[in-house]
Ligand binder design. Sequence first.
Ligand code: TMP
Length: 214
Amino acid sequence: MFITFEGIEGTGKTTQIKKLVKFLEESGHNVDVTLEPGGSRIGKELRKILLNMESTDITGQCELFLYLADRAQHVSQVIKPALEAGKIIISDRFADSTIVYQGYGRSLEPLLLRELNEVAVSGCWPNLTILLDIEPELGLRRATTRNMDENKTLEEGRFEAESIDFHSRVREGYLTWAALNNDRIKIINADQTPDEIFSQIKEKVLEALQKRDA
Ligand code: TMP
């Protein structure tokens, strides 16, 4: 079972993933958690380039191929082995991030990105994707404060520094892409308390587990 979390910056993905892991482990499942970019050793190096505020000269195409390279390595070294071992693997971001950020955000063609992703994921599309949805102004405020608190603004702040227009295109892109893939991508309003959000996520995960076991 492969579950991914998506959403703009500051939707609370990390908090919800922690809650989900606890819940699944307490229900007797074997769970691994990973993330993109940076889920593999090589990916960690790519993450530094991709998120650093000083990567100002990176072209849109270079950015795209680095995300795809990160994903190809991640699938082969982390995701496939976990699935083959019968685990539930949860990834904080995956292929939908490329379609939405590089596609709807940076104006590359989303369907071409779907095709390029096919090479990177080599058959490993998620069974379930949770899309946490929030107003860009609210999400960005939360993400910028978190980066400042964790002293990560320079190292990890390149996307938070993008314009509000960019983040609005990304948010709308997620909603459009989710509507086109509504059997897999489930939208949850992230402007609620963490417990309210989690109870809706739990419902979607239990449904997906039932579907898998049917
Ligand atoms: P995060 O780990 O804090 O979510 O930061 C990752 C950033 O990278 C986030 O702003 C979204 C962006 N991103 C893309 O633009 N394309 C991708 O394919 C992925 C995985 C992330």
